[in-house]
Design a protein. Structure first.
Length: 198
């Protein structure tokens, strides 16, 4: 798990009331762990043991970056109403230079999985709790957390261009997450949508 222990130490030193009053989560006084629901799954966060575990699905893949998003969500995110305007990672301040090279978002994993089988793409997005949007050849929005949504757009290929996928974010993402956490979230989106599992 790629999380610096300083995050867990900060979580342990932050009052439970401060965490639970800011985001929808619970805390067990007996187990000393937080529980939070993200993208339809319950996660247990143990600050003392420095662990993050999914309690609802052992088979569903999570990328190793996703726990970083989870602990940042607990520590930092303050919910604000969604703006309703979708933007790409390049529209986020600093995104044009950040999201390249090792931080290039792996949407090719999605297009490589589905090719021109747009019905399979639709079926997978519905299984992941997606809500259909009227963009691209097919598109779906996902509620990662209350008031934190992303969208996955898909275009089928032709003789000139291959199939293509793209991730969009509500404009408020700029106020909620730093660029490295946006990347961690985006990689998880690509992992789940392209996975042969749920």
């Amino acid at each position: 798990m790629l999380i610096d222990k300083s995050y867990f130490l900060e979580l342990a030193s932050t009052s439970v009331d401060a965490i639970c009053s800011r985001i929808p989560c619970t805390y067990s006084d007996t187990k000393k762990v937080y529980s939070v629901w993200l993208w339809g799954d319950e996660y247990s966060i143990d600050p003392a043991a420095m662990t993050i575990d999914c309690k609802t699905s052992a088979k569903k893949p999570s990328h190793e970056y996703f726990p970083l998003f989870i602990i940042f969500y607990l520590l930092k995110i303050a919910h604000t109403p969604q703006d309703g305007e979708w933007i790409s990672e390049n529209d986020i301040p600093g995104g044009t230079t950040f999201f390249r090279g090792p931080h290039l978002i792996p949407t090719n994993d999605i297009s490589g999985r589905f090719g021109n089988d747009i019905d399979a793409f639709r079926e997978k997005c519905k299984k992941l709790g997606g809500t259909s949007l009227d963009m691209a050849d097919a598109s779906f929005s996902f509620e990662i957390a209350p008031q934190l949504h992303v969208a996955v757009l898909y275009w089928v290929g032709d003789e000139d261009f291959p199939a293509e996928a793209k991730i969009l974010y509500d404009k408020t993402i700029s106020d909620l997450l730093p660029l490295d956490i946006v990347f961690a979230l985006a990689v998880e989106v690509c992992t789940r949508v392209s996975s042969p599992y749920k």
